[in-house]
Design a protein around this ligand. Sequence first.
Ligand code: KG4
Ligand code: ZN
Length: 334
Amino acid sequence: SPQQLVLGIESSCDETGLALYHSQKGLLAHALHSQVDLHARHGGVVPELASRDHIKRVLPLLNEVLHQAGAQRQDIDAVAYTAGPGLVGALLVGAAIGRSLAWALQVPAVAVHHMEGHLLAPLLEDPAPEFPFIALLVSGGHTLLVDVKGLGDYQVLGESLDDAAGEAFDKTAKLLHLGYPGGPALARLAQQGNPQRFRFPRPMTDRPGLDFSFSGLKTHALTTLRETPEDATLAADIARAFEDAVVDTMVIKCRRALRVTGRKRLIISGGVGANQRLREQLSLMGQAEGAAVFYPRIQFCTDNGAMIALAGALRLAAGDTENAGHIDVRARWT
Ligand code: KG4
Ligand code: ZN
C-alpha cells in the first residue's frame, strides 16, 4: 500500500490533541493542550468553554506537529478527526477544521470513533499487540470489555450498566472534596490509605456475565464517610477501599473474559488505564493466566491525537474514507 502521512485531531472533551502518523514510519509527532486549568474552578468540564478553547488551540498545535515532523501542510495525505462520541460543540471544532483542511488539501477525511482510538492506542507501542485480543476500555464516559477480532471487528462482551469507571472515580473524588479532575487525585490519596480498614463490595462479580456497575461503590463511599467519625486518614482510607474495589472488579472481569474467549492477549486503554494499581494488578493476573498484557504509555491512555491519527491511518489502509462535503458529529455513538 502507498506510504501515507495522516494528521489526527482529537477534540471530543477537554484535551486538544494533534498528531502525525506515518503508515510506514509510525508516529512522527504529537502535541496536546489540556484544558484542566480552564475547567478546574468550575469543578468539571464546561462545554462552551471547551469548544472555544479548542478553536484557539487546533491551528497552533497543527503548526507544532508539522514543525516536530519537519513536514509541510502539503505533505499530509489524509486528515482523521474524532467524530464522536463526546461533547457536540467540542467535536464540531475538530470536525470542521479537519474536514476543511482535508478539502483544501484535496485529501480524504476519516471520521474516527473516539473509543476505537482508545482501543487501538496500544498499537502505538513496541511491542504492539497482534489481533485478536481482549480490550478493557475504561474512560470518563465508557467502561467496555471488547473481543477485538481484527480492525473494525469488535464484539462488546460487557459494559457498565450505570456510571463509567472514570465517572465513578470522579464522583467519589468529589464527595471526598478532591476537586477536578478527580481520578488522578483519588489515586494519589489512595496511596496513603490503609487497605485493611474498609472493605467495599466487588459489584456484579458473584454472578456470571461481563457487565459492570459502579454507582453503588460511590454510594458506599458516601455512606462510609457519613457514618465514620472524622479522623486524619478517613478520606485516604476510603479512597484506598474504593480504588481496591474498582481494580479488583476489573481484574475479575478481565480474567473471566480471557477464560470464556480463550484469548491470550489483553489490552487496557482509556483514562482510567493510567491508574498504576490497575496496571499492576492486571499484569499480575495476566502472568497467572498465561496472557500477555499491553498498555499504551500513560499519556496515550488519556485523550490524545496520536490514537486518532493511528486509527485514521488503519481505517484509510482498509479503504475507509469519506469525501462528502458535510460536517457531521455524534454526541452519542454506539
Ligand atoms: O479517556 P479519558 O482521558 O477521557 C474520556 O474519554 O473520558 O478519561 C478520563 C477519565 C476521567 O474520569 C479521569 O478521572 C480518569 O480517566 N483517570 C483516572 C486516572 N487518570 C485519569 N482514574 C483513575 N486513576 C487515574 N490515575
Ligand atoms: Zn477518551
